[in-house]
Design a protein around this ligand. Structure first.
Ligand code: HEM
Length: 160
């Protein structure tokens, strides 16, 4: 059976090698070894999301406070990109597919999410050009990994 990672690569056009270039070297250290660039990015991203003119997309986030969403995301990104395990210390295993289960992670939602994230990455000055490329590929891959997970769980195959 095709893995979720393989499906994600097929759908989003990002080769697995490019998606995981995020693990070449340590992004957290490359950005100066503080949480600030990640706080900047997540604040930038969620400001766009909570102000989205597309109500259907904004509604997906209506159950969370913006400050909480920012913290959840930046702590995850710090941890995933080579920094301290802030997310797991506070929230446990990331289990991204399970945590997104309440939300309609369709291809349309993934594209809207990526639209905001691409703009956030492009306009966050504390992130250098090489890291921007790595992050863009990582986000594209992970968004479609979640779409694949969403389709799988809604068909009732598997739980994680
Ligand atoms: C949380 C939607 C993609 C990582 C959330 C939340 C929503 C959401 C509504 C709840 C906000 C909160 O309370 O924290 C979506 C949609 C996506 C998407 C529609 C479209 C594909 C992604 C991607 C990543 C990601 C690509 C990682 C690269 C997270 C994390 C949380 C989160 C870490 C916090 C989970 C928690 O602490 O419980 N997402 N997301 N999401 N999302 Fe996404």
């Amino acid at each position: 059976m095709q893995s979720l990672q393989e499906k994600a690569s097929e759908w989003n056009g990002v080769a697995a090698g490019d998606a995981f270039a995020i693990d070449d070297g340590n992004v957290f250290q490359a950005l100066g070894g503080t949480t600030q660039p990640f706080v900047d990015l997540s604040t930038n991203f969620y400001t766009r999301v909570y102000e989205d003119a597309e109500e259907w997309f904004r509604q997906i986030f209506a159950g969370s406070r913006k400050e909480d969403a920012i913290r959840n995301q930046y702590e995850f990104l710090v941890q995933r990109m080579g920094g301290p395990q802030l997310f797991s210390q506070r929230r446990g295993h990331p289990a991204l597919i399970a945590r997104h289960r309440p939300f309609p992670v369709t291809r349309q939602a993934a594209e809207r999410w990526l639209h905001h994230m691409q703009q956030a990455v492009a306009t966050t000055e504390s992130i250098d050009a090489d890291t921007k490329t790595k992050m863009t590929n990582f986000f594209r891959h992970t968004a479609y990994f979640l779409v694949a997970g969403n389709e799988m769980t809604r068909q009732g195959h598997g739980t994680s």
